[in-house]
Write a protein of this length. Structure first.
Length: 740
């Protein structure tokens, strides 16, 4: 079926965008799979298993381009069939002719189950983006919106393409299952960002550019009843489990042409999107409470209590801050707040739904964040001091939970970095800590913890952090340039040494003259290589001079060199930093060979001076030699993995002695010389193994891990909190669907 030109152009843009992103991820998937297969082969006790693993590694090696091409062809075929009839896979199975019962290999069932689980998780974690994309692809197809199962670039399509690419690669089933797990770990972790990019590209192509989705929050329709005084019927309705069919219907976005409305049928206000996002979080919390109530029966409180107004809650928190001292965890703060309110009102009180959910969500987030921080670190103390001000703000402004760019979230994210478990002691810059402390101090000066205060504190903090980032970037750039210079110097020194060894070639040179050649004269040759390279006249001239020096030193017959030749050698030695007197003495010894008088005292003094002198590039000679190939497939795969990160990446280094971890910047590495450069967050060089071979061995032995994205602890904690809530909510939904 021929597609319209505009549709074809939009689909080509989608395919180009997807391939550009997925190709990079697939390279990492194959490399990580090879690395893991190498580890398994190293520890395999059965010879046949080990041989199978090695065969899989052999197939993976060099197959990146073909694998990616096969994957891309499968996606292209899915896009090309955009307007083909859509039939559910389950219906296709039902439509197959009955052929009696047959046995199915367990491995085939395992493969289908693994891919199905990956697709299902990708669907549940990206439901909103997939729904928006489904509507836009529906426009391109000229039909109804696509669901996740039939969406051309949806998770099911990606898993189908992955299986097709693995069929082309002809891997063993164990290797395929391992590759599928690596795909979920690497590629599906970046899938949300890809969906965002694909949706943005469709918007740029004019496909439903104003489409947005705000889930409608159903409200009780009981008139005349204020907040906190709901009828028993309303409470029962709110607490009752939602039937699966109704839940599915509620999850469907409204058509793009129909504006979202509130429960009363009025158009939604500008604050509605963020409040609806918070309502979605409240739904997750409600499912969590429901599941916990089943696990702990009898814990629910049935008495109806008067709800506290938000003003009373904020006033109580303000008083708690004014009292000073430590306030314990958020559960203690909540109990203290309710106890004080009970004394003031003379009866038991409770929080409103929104405030109670805000308390609970912030408590879960903070508890997860504390697990991400190192106890006793500066960041741990600063985060703890922000606990009450952030709670005040979060209860007042729910955007704290729904907007990662909220000033308070950005401030917390920056402060949490100072407490990261993987932060090294040399990462703690006093100026950086001063910026964080001043920002936290600004927040503490406002007893109300107003939004404007966080905006001002974050604005000042981000300005300082940007200046510090530029400073660190400049430091890193200087360190990388210095490392490249050391590499060039080391390679030049190695080449000069090799040239001297070639010319000597076992000839019987006196020990004294050999020392002069290998130490003093090697500096001269190294400098000539650095300046002009091997094709320069200067290098060729000095090679001839070196050959003459070796000939003079190896000849037992005494001869006296032309003074011009001695002066030439003296001038060359002077260019590498030798004083005129020392350069003259060395030049005469080199030029005249054995004719120089055998003054033992002067020769000994000259050798002492040479050994005390730092020689050009000598400290890098050992590291500039190309590293030997690793001794096992795991280390070979680790070398290949590190080689693709030559432009720099973050790595976590693990110390098994004390089970600690420190994050470093692998700013530069060179497969040519085997050198690598590790920096701290301040852009300063750190002590440690700086060879590609050493880092590859650590990676193969799980003592080093590549960091895909350098996310701060606060953002990691929020992602973990959302993942836990989604998982628990999914468990609760499954129990409801099964009638438990």
């Amino acid at each position: 079926m021929t597609l319209p030109r505009r549709v074809r152009r939009a689909l080509e843009n989608q395919l180009q965008t997807a391939n550009a992103d997925l190709n990079r991820q697939l390279q990492v998937v194959l490399q990580e799979t090879g690395l893991e297969l190498g580890r398994q082969a190293e520890h395999a006790s059965d010879h046949n298993v080990q041989a199978s693993l090695f065969e899989s590694i052999r197939k993976l090696r060099g197959a990146e381009a073909g694998f990616s091409d096969q994957f891309a062809r499968s996606l292209e075929a899915t896009l090309a069939a955009l307007r083909a009839p859509r039939v559910s896979r389950r219906l296709e199975e039902l439509a197959l002719p009955a052929q009696g019962l047959s046995l199915v290999e367990d491995v085939e069932m395992d493969e289908g189950a693994v891919l199905g689980s990956i697709a299902a998780r990708g669907d549940s974690r990206n439901s909103l983006a997939l729904q928006l994309m489904g509507y836009r692809f529906g426009v391109l197809a000229g039909g109804p919106a696509f669901d996740a199962e039939h969406l051309p670039l949806g998770p099911h399509a990606l898993c189908h393409a992955l299986r097709s690419a693995c069929d082309w690669l002809m891997l063993s089933m164990d290797a395929r299952l391992l590759l599928y797990r690596q795909f979920e770990k690497v590629a599906m972790a970046h899938y949300p960002a890809l969906l965002e990019t694909l949706n943005a590209r469709l918007v740029g192509d004019g496909i439903l550019p104003h489409l947005s989705f705000v889930p409608v929050r159903m409200r009780a329709a009981t008139p005349g009843i204020g907040r906190g005084s709901e009828s028993a019927a309303a409470v029962a309705t709110r607490s009752a489990p939602t039937p699966p069919a109704a839940a599915a219907a509620d999850a469907s976005p409204p058509p793009a042409s129909i504006p979202p409305v509130d429960g009363a049928g009025a158009p939604r206000t500008a604050d509605a999107p963020r409040e609806s996002a918070f309502a979605a979080l409240q739904g997750l919390l409600a499912r969590r409470r429901k599941l916990l109530a089943k696990l702990r029966p009898g814990g629910a409180e049935e008495r109806v209590r008067e709800p506290l107004s938000r003003d009373e809650v904020l006033a109580s928190l303000r008083r708690l801050r004014g009292n000073g001292g430590k306030h314990g965890n958020l559960a203690d703060i909540r109990q203290t707040l309710l106890a004080q309110a009970r004394q003031m009102h003379g009866h038991g009180v409770t929080l409103t739904d929104a405030d109670g959910d805000g308390f609970e969500l912030f408590s879960l987030f903070l508890a997860q964040l504390q697990r991400e921080l190192r106890a006793g670190s500066p960041g741990h103390a600063l985060v703890d001091s922000l606990k009450l001000p952030l709670l005040q703000l979060a209860l007042r402004d729910h955007r704290f939970f729904t907007d990662a760019a909220h000033p308070a979230r950005m401030l917390l994210d920056a402060v949490s970095l100072a407490g990261a478990r993987w932060l090294g002691e040399d990462d703690l810059d006093p100026q950086w800590l001063g910026l964080l402390q001043r920002a936290v101090g600004t927040v503490h000066e406002d007893p109300e913890a107003g939004n404007d205060t966080f905006v001002a504190a974050n604005h000042a903090l981000q300005g300082g952090l940007q200046a510090a980032a530029r400073k660190n970037e400049m430091s890193e750039r200087r360190q990388v340039e210095a490392a490249r210079g050391r590499e060039k110097l080391g390679l030049a020194r190695q080449r000069a040494t090799n040239e001297i060894q070639r010319l000597v070639a076992g000839r019987p040179l006196p020990r004294f003259h050999l020392i002069l050649l290998e130490q003093a004269w090697a500096d001269v040759l190294s400098l000539a290589l650095l300046r002009g390279g091997e094709d320069s006249d200067g290098w060729r001239d000095l090679r001839e001079a070196t050959a003459a020096i070796v000939e003079a030193s190896a000849t037992p017959i005494q001869s006296t060199r032309d003074p011009a030749f001695v002066a030439k050698l003296q001038d060359a030695l002077g260019q590498v930093g030798y004083h005129a007197e020392d350069a003259g003495a060395i030049a005469r010894q080199l030029a005249n060979g054995r004719t120089e008088d055998a003054d033992l005292a002067s020769r000994t003094e000259l050798i002492v001076q040479l050994r005390a002198r730092a020689r050009l590039g000598e400290e890098n000679v050992a590291r500039t030699a190309v590293a030997q190939a690793p001794h096992n497939p795991a280390e070979q795969a680790a070398h290949a993995t590190l080689a693709i990160h030559a432009d720099g990446c973050w790595v976590d280094l693990f110390d098994p002695a004390d089970d600690s971890v420190v994050r470093r910047r692998l700013a530069w590495l060179s497969p040519r010389s085997g050198q690598a450069l590790l920096l701290n967050r301040r852009g300063l060089r750190v002590a440690g193994d700086e060879s590609l071979d050493g880092l590859a061995r650590k990676l193969a032995n799980s003592r080093l891990q590549l960091v895909e994205s350098d996310i701060h602890p606060a953002e990691l904690a929020w992602q973990a909190t959302m993942a836990n809530l989604s998982r628990i909510a999914g468990d609760a939904t499954q129990e409801t669907a099964h009638g438990r």
